[in-house]
Design a protein around this ligand. Structure first.
Ligand code: NAD
Length: 417
């Protein structure tokens, strides 16, 4: 099976061929520009020392400082971090915010660390990478198993090392330390704005539509809330790792959330039928919102999907083969790095607020997020129609062209003799 980085490179290769990218530009965009590998000694609670491996990859900064999350995960690899850094580069470019792409990771299992060990590890990682990052260089944020509290410890360590206030060095901070309003539902909200645009193109009335959502975490739960409150869409099915529930007359988000809080899962919600996660994907609904895992729509089930639109809040839910099948069947996919770019967009707003010592009102965040996502969706849609390609490839064409142009304008590449 292909590794994530090999997948990221082959997606770029396909876009590069269609864009007829000169080979120097293509080669530059195939690899990260900078990689930092660190070893972090951490004093454990039993007084022993454990040494952890960490990475920070700055994939490309031609359009602005690198931006991307930091994961604490026992199976973290440099291959995954490189791929995620590449995808961040295309994500910031497709929504046209003035940032590049980066990603970080530490190989550890936070569930096995005490709170004090987690703090020492977070500060230790920051001590190793502090001189490579900064508001104008590279700005981390939370990702898998890292939290606003981890960001707060890292901010504090960074400021202790540099001897000055540098709030913009990290985003998704607690509000008290310069975090932005509106970040909690930004990923789902941005995705819903792109869904509204897709529905307009297709003549689909979201007020009369039905939806199914796979995953009921940050992305999926807020998607349920927003589908109901923004559009009055009837959400007929939701799921989590323990199972899926279905009620053709609709599921109330507040009641389902309360059930999940009390029981740890949406499974067993009274008044709904229990179905499998596979069945959920194949339901006859207008909108399908994968919000959990990668690789859930594949060659195996792509021909059975009955939704008209798939809004990919999860990263990588659709395999490349399935993309082609869905395209041929006329199903519109809003690709992950466009659909879920609302999170990084509001992180960017946080950087802007920090730089200007400002705090924006929530209405302003929503308005600017809507403008950004709507413009990005329409640019990708126009490219899809003009080039007659599936939506993911269209999004790549928009993003890669922007990054390639920035590299060329800087004189990094291009034939000049
Ligand atoms: P989360 O951990 O809050 O929620 C994940 C949900 O998926 C949980 O409800 C979990 O039970 C469910 N799940 C796990 N295995 C499942 C399975 N086999 N079948 C069905 N459901 C399953 O994570 P999140 O932040 O909501 O992220 C979800 C996806 O969205 C990921 O792919 C993530 O990379 C992507 N994403 C999230 C953000 C964000 O801001 N939260 C931003 C960009 C992309």
């Amino acid at each position: 099976m292909s590794t994530p980085y090999a997948t990221a490179q082959s997606q770029l290769d396909e876009a590069a061929a269609l864009l007829k990218l000169p080979s120097d530009v293509h080669q530059l965009l195939r690899e990260p520009m900078l990689e930092v590998h660190v070893r972090i000694p951490v004093r454990m609670d039993d007084c022993s020392v454990k040494v952890f491996s960490g990475y920070r990859v700055q994939y490309n900064n031609a359009r602005g400082p690198c931006k991307g999350g930091l994961r604490f995960h026992p199976e973290e690899t440099i291959d995954t971090v490189r791929a995620l850094a590449a995808w961040m580069t295309w994500k910031t470019a497709v929504v046209d915010i003035p940032l590049g792409g980066g990603k970080g990771g530490v190989v550890c299992n936070p569930k096995e660390l005490s709170e004090l060990e987690l703090e020492r590890l977070s500060r230790g990682y920051m001590r190793k990478i502090a001189h490579f990052i900064g508001p104008d260089l590279d700005v981390p944020a939370p990702d898998v198993y890292t939290t606003p509290q981890v960001m707060a410890w890292m901010l504090d360590e960074y400021e202790a090392i540099t001897g000055r206030s540098g709030k913009g060095v990290i985003t998704v901070k607690p509000l008290e330390l310069g975090g932005s309003p509106g970040r909690h539902d930004a990923t789902a909200r941005g995705g819903m704005y792109t869904l509204r645009e897709a529905a307009n193109k297709l003549g689909l009335d979201l007020g009369q539509a039905t939806a199914a959502i796979q995953g009921f975490g940050n992305a999926g739960m807020h998607a349920h809330e927003l589908l109901s409150s923004l559009f009055r869409t009837t959400v007929v099915a939701v799921s989590d790792s323990k199972g899926a529930i279905y009620n053709p007359t609709g599921l109330d988000v507040k009641a389902v959330s309360e059930h999940k809080l009390a029981r740890g899962s949406v499974a067993g919600f009274p008044g709904a039928k229990s179905i499998s996660n596979e069945d959920l994907l194949e339901l006859e609904v207008d909108v399908l919102v994968p919000s959990a895992l990668e690789n859930v729509i594949t060659n195996e089930n792509a021909h059975k999907i009955r939704a008209k639109v798939i809004a990919e809040l999860a990263n990588g839910p659709t395999s490349p083969e399935a993309d082609q099948v869905l395209h041929e069947r006329g199903i519109v996919v809003i690709p992950d790095f466009l659909c879920n770019a609302g999170g990084v967009t509001v992180s960017y707003f946080e950087q802007v607020q920090n730089g200007g010592m400002d705090r924006w009102k929530l209405e302003m965040i929503h308005k600017r997020l809507d403008e950004t996502m709507t413009a990005a969706f329409n640019e990708v849609w126009e490219t899809r129609e003009r080039m007659q390609v599936h939506s993911r490839l269209a999004a790549y064409l928009v993003a890669v062209r922007r990054v390639a142009e920035a590299c060329t304008l800087r004189g990094w590449v291009g034939h000049r003799c």
